[in-house]
Design a protein around this ligand. Structure first.
Ligand SMILES: Nc1ncnc2c1ncn2[C@@H]1O[C@H](COP(=O)(O)OP(=O)(O)OP(=O)(O)O)[C@@H](O)[C@H]1O
Length: 232
């Protein structure tokens, strides 16, 4: 399974603030590989994740996840793909107000068509893996920003997505936790064989990645082979 972007253009905003965030971008991401998406602030990393995750429709171009073109699917099918095939860990966490950490995971499992009761043990295990075993009963307003983001990662992993999209996983946590989260994301990618794309400024994440894509290369239309760091 691959995620393939072909000639993807995205413009954001309107009037004076209108910006071409991605221009004719071609990129490919493979299953079982963690690809680090790097580039300066404002170079379009978050926009690429949003397009890849069917959260934003490109103006033009194709976004193929396996045999689905996420760019042209109807709204209902896009929502279904988001619930069942794609996991997100974004900077905001995007948690549901009023639900505890554990309930966030079980609600996502239910929405993806799985039986939440059967997954309760696994949900606790994952919360433990992200260092939140002692926070399973906390609601979003009782968690720090970094903790909310980690709940979102555990939630994404519970549904074993084909595509895992992660935005700056290490920005809001200390170095030790950052290293643990990086290792967890890499291990999950290799064990479950998902396509994983991580936008990052952190050299530790880049070092753990199987491949690196630089937004500046994409923007310049340079041929990009997402090669493993030692061969680059
Ligand atoms: N709603 C918007 N309207 C207009 N321009 C926008 C909007 N959102 C983002 N942009 C612009 O689109 C470009 C790409 O933004 P994006 O957030 O994808 O970059 P990024 O590489 O993820 O940055 P960072 O590393 O700072 O998170 C930037 O120039 C940004 O200013």
């Amino acid at each position: 399974m691959t995620l393939r972007l072909t000639a993807v253009t995205v413009t954001l905003g309107s009037g004076a603030s209108r910006t071409t965030a991605l221009r004719e971008v071609d990129a490919e991401f493979r299953s079982g590989e963690l690809t680090a998406l790097v580039g300066p602030s404002g170079s379009g990393k978050s926009t690429l994740l949003a397009v890849a995750g069917a959260l934003l429709r490109p103006d033009t171009g194709q976004v193929r996840l396996g045999d689905l073109d996420l760019a042209t699917l109807g709204d209902r099918e896009r929502a279904r793909a988001r619930r069942t095939r794609i996991g997100y860990m974004f900077q905001s966490g995007n948690l549901l107000a009023g639900l505890t950490a554990e309930e966030q995971l079980l609600a996502a499992a239910s929405l993806s068509g799985r039986r939440p009761r059967a997954l309760r043990g696994r949900a606790r295990e994952l919360l433990d893996d992200v260092g939140l075993g002692h926070r399973t009963g906390h609601r979003p307003d009782q968690l720090s920003g970094g903790e909310r983001q980690r709940v979102a990662l555990a939630r994404a992993l519970l549904v074993e997505p084909e595509l895992l999209l992660v935005d700056e996983p290490t920005a809001a946590v200390d170095r030790t936790r950052a290293d643990e989260l990086t290792a967890l994301i890499a291990r999950t990618t290799h064990e479950h064989g998902c396509v994983t794309v991580v936008a990052t400024h952190d050299p530790v994440v880049t070092g753990a990645a199987d491949a690196t894509l630089d937004m500046l290369d994409l923007a310049a239309g340079r041929p990009v082979s997402a090669c493993a760091p030692p061969a680059c």
